[in-house]
Design a protein around this ligand. Structure first.
Ligand code: MGD
Ligand code: MGD
Ligand code: SF4
Ligand code: MO
Length: 746
């Protein structure tokens, strides 16, 4: 058999790079960037080769697993699916729908079959106990988009290819390759912008890989971005630099925004951010003066105590400078399969119900995952007794992972749809493993909504799935059928309603992702246009993908609000602004207490959340899970570079190696999440040899963005001291010196 070349979009991160994969005799021989991909232009990162490692990984599960005590046995699909459906149905009958919790993890949005068909399984459960990685990530973005533009997925992205100025906060695209901004080849796109005379200004408590290529970098105290962003707005209004232009025709409340931000002066912001008031004024003036500018903030500003306020202020900065929906500013992509304007669109809803124990608001049908453990542990009506996880590892990804472990241990039943037995799925009674990514076809349903250039590509599978294997979507259909047979979810409804409901069900169970895609493409904006006539067939004929051009102005047409206008404010935001004024007045955004440091996260281009440390090619070399700490903070504690330290927070303690770094702000320490593989029962042999410690054994389930319930994973107060088992040469000297308290220094 000769060599075959496959073209495929990488599904590992949001950059969705086009790959050229060569296969000989059924084995991958190379993975390269596809130079003809209209979006990624040949860009690739070191993780792409992990697609092969994942495909071949002997630890990847290929048949259903059942846990009997401490032992795992393999069983057939029918047997496994029957038993899972039976157990879930029994729990639902005995305790009601909300007794079954659901957690969906990050790869769900990178796997289109999960997107199209998880409802076939989760629908009949009829549970409000739904959670996902959204609430440890981008929830504030979605909430703000829902409020302002009427749809949770209507998110603008920097139009970097035509921009002249980007103000970026709490994002590190040089490591992450972009997020809620599909921007493959970021480095070269930035170079091109800089060559046009454009400028990137970065705000981050660490001088990151992105800071190295930025034109300007400012340290900021973790969790203080809202003060900075509101001060930028204040300057624009105070200095008469507000120029919304045509946006004013369909925006309401901008004058009130001006009044409400008036108290947030650069001087107040300076006190909490550590950035000089004069610098803040200059940043605002430069933003206003740029021909085309974009303000963009990501993880670092979403997962903090006022994440929604931050995202709102960012949206306002783009709006009042006239940069929203402007070429080179923040623009709305137009995907070929449009989940915003297409049929079945889910705009979102907020606080339609609240979590049982803490009263946290739902958003779009999901509760904040910081409440998952307590919803399992606290007895009472509606207590979660069974859990379904789909493509998620919340033990390593959500705050206070140790508490969640205790909760998982207390469940009556757990099932995981997942390809590994990892820190979370080891608690399951059943693990149902889907086919691997290269064994199914791929269309990116989500990330074209956030892509810096419009394009579309569909890729056929590289390999036939093993005999009898099921794709994620087929697992959902199979479970859905079994649940419906056992639960008759519509019993009690009138006959006609029942029949139409079943017909709809049946249709959904029969429609494949491919059929849905084909219909979506044909009905979508490029399917109807003569120039493109997009359909599944058209995409099959274009293996490198179809270029659909640069981003185009979309407002007010694409607004989903009832009156097709942008409402800059609502009562929840007004209250939050008032609350934040008090927070600043009472100095609640303050320097750490004696000896405390602020913990923030970190990403590395060779790692991806928690689940790719079982690829030897990615974990080889120097470990990448150290705690970064400023040399002055080390010295103040009598600690030294390379030593093992104990990091403590309100919720727990971990031991890690510390690395001195003057790229981190004084008073701040940084640790990547997704490590901590030394837990018993994990079957990831390579990862277990590179365990690291879990940052989320330190993050606090009580630290939230109050408006959205998003976890405040950044800016967690910790203490750092020598680890008790540290045997390095300085260890003995440490304990007597560790009480000195560093001042917070910007
Ligand atoms: N402290 C701290 N915590 C964080 C973050 C942080 O920056 N700091 N980041 C947060 C963010 S942004 C995110 S998105 C979350 C991620 O949190 P999660 O989504 O909970 O965790 P992942 O590590 O992505 O785990 C993915 C799981 O999906 C499985 N999987 C992979 N592909 C497939 C597939 O195709 N089908 C199925 N069924 N399973 C699959 C893997 O085996 C793994 O178990 O972590 C969050 N946690
Ligand atoms: N290589 C790699 N790529 C990834 C992932 C991965 O794990 N590895 N994960 C993917 C996922 S799920 C996501 S959501 C994206 C995330 O994509 P990004 O948001 O671009 O990635 P992060 O590295 O988390 O960047 C957050 C930045 O915020 C900074 N920060 C922390 N606290 C604060 C603060 O209080 N204020 C400010 N201004 N900055 C702060 C951190 O120092 C960090 O540089 O990356 C995706 N891509
Ligand atoms: S940046 Fe790397 S992991 Fe992300 S899509 Fe591109 S090749 Fe895949
Ligand atoms: Mo994420």
């Amino acid at each position: 058999m000769g060599e075959q070349i496959h073209y495929r979009a990488c599904n590992l991160c949001e950059a969705i790079c086009g790959l050229e994969i060569r296969v000989r005799d059924g084995r991958i021989v190379s993975i390269r960037g596809d130079a003809h991909d209209p979006l990624s232009r040949g860009h690739i990162c070191p993780k792409a080769v992990a697609l092969q490692d994942l495909h071949e990984d002997p630890d990847r599960l290929r048949r259903p697993q059942k846990r009997i005590g401490e032992r795992w046995v393999e069983l057939g699909w029918d047997e496994a699916l029957d038993e899972v459906a039976e157990r879930l149905a029994a729990i639902r009958r005995a305790h009601g729908g909300n007794a079954i919790g659901v957690y969906m993890g990050n790869p769900s949005v990178h796997n289109w079959g999960i997107m199209t068909h998880s409802g076939a399984f989760l629908g009949p459960l009829k549970t409000r106990s739904r959670f996902s990685a959204t609430s440890v990530d981008q929830l504030p973005h979605q909430l703000v988009s829902y409020w302002l533009y009427g749809h949770q997925l209507l998110l603008p992205v920097p139009d970097i290819d035509r921009s002249r100025h980007i103000l970026m906060l709490g994002a590190n695209p040089m490591a992450s390759n972009g997020s809620l901004w599909t921007v493959p080849d970021f480095r070269n796109r930035l170079r091109e912008m800089q060559a046009r005379g454009g400028k990137l200004v970065l705000i981050d408590p660490r001088r990151t890989e992105t800071a190295e290529v930025a034109d300007e970098h400012h340290f900021i105290r973790p969790g203080a971005d809202a003060a900075l962003l509101l001060a930028l707005l204040q300057v624009l209004f105070a200095e008469n630099l507000v120029r919304p232009g045509r946006l004013a025709d369909f925006s309401d409340g901008l004058d009130e925004v001006g009044r409400l931000v008036a108290p947030f002066t650069p001087e107040r912001a300076s006190a909490v951010t550590g950035i000089a008031a004069g610098e803040i004024r200059r940043l605002a003036r430069e933003l206003a003066a740029a021909d085309a500018a974009a303000v963009y903030g990501r993880m670092g500003v979403s997962t903090q105590a006022h994440g929604t306020l931050c995202q709102w202020a960012i949206a306002m900065l783009n709006l009042v400078t006239g940069n929203l929906d402007r070429e080179g500013g923040m623009m709305f992509p137009q995907p070929a399969m449009d989940l915003i304007q297409g049929p079945g669109s889910k705009p979102g809803h907020y606080a339609a119900w609240r979590s049982r124990v803490r009263g946290l608001p739902e958003f779009g049908g999901e509760l904040p995952v910081a409440a998952l453990a307590e919803e399992i542990l606290a007895p009472g009506e509606g207590q979660i007794r069974a859990l379904v996880t789909i493509a998620g590892n919340p033990v390593l990804s959500t705050p206070n992972g140790r508490q969640l472990e205790r909760a998982l241990g207390a469940l009556d039943f757990m099932v995981a749809v997942d390809c590994y037995r990892n820190e979370t799925t080891r608690f399951a009674d059943f693990i149902l493993p889907p086919t691997g990514a290269l064994e199914h076809d791929h269309y990116d349903l989500i990330f074209h909504h956030f892509a810096t250039r419009n394009s579309a590509r569909y890729n056929a599978p590289l390999f036939a799935p093993p005999e009898g294997a099921l794709h994620d979507w087929q697992i959902f259909v199979a479970l859905g059928r079994r649940l419906r047979a056992r639960l008759r979810p519509d019993a009690g409804q009138p006959l006609l309603r029942r029949l139409t409901a079943r017909l709809k069900d049946e249709l959904m169970l029969r429609l494949s992702p491919q059929r849905l895609l084909d219909q979506g493409l044909k009905r979508g904006p490029y399917g109807r246009r003569a120039a493109e006539r997009l359909s599944l067939r058209a995409l099959r004929a274009a293996p490198h993908g179809r270029d659909l051009g640069p981003l185009r102005a979309a407002l007010p047409r694409r607004l989903c609000t009832a009156n097709r206008r942008i409402a800059a404010l609502n009562d929840a935001l007004r209250e939050e602004l008032a609350r934040y004024d008090t927070v600043l007045a009472e100095q609640q955004v303050r320097a750490p207490r004696a000896g405390e440091l602020w913990l923030i996260g970190r990403r590395h281009v060779r790692s991806n959340n928690s689940w790719m440390h079982n690829a030897q090619r990615l974990v080889k070399g120097k470990p990448r899970h150290q705690l970064f700490m400023h040399p002055d903070d080390l010295a103040a504690r009598g600690l030294h570079d390379g030593q093992r330290v104990r990091v403590r927070s309100r919720v727990g303690a971990i031991d890690v190696e510390v690395q001195a770094s003057d790229a981190i702000m004084r008073g701040v320490v940084s640790l990547p999440h997704g490590w901590g593989h030394a837990r018993p029962g994990v079957q990831q042999r390579i990862a277990s040899r590179h365990p690291g410690a879990s940052a989320n054994d330190l993050t606090d389930e009580r630290c939230l963005d109050a408006l959205s319930g998003n976890a405040a994973l950044n800016g967690v107060a910790v203490q750092v001291e020598a680890a008790p088992d540290d045997t390095s040469r300085h260890a003995a000297a440490v304990s007597s010196q560790s009480s000195s308290s560093p001042e917070f220094v910007a």
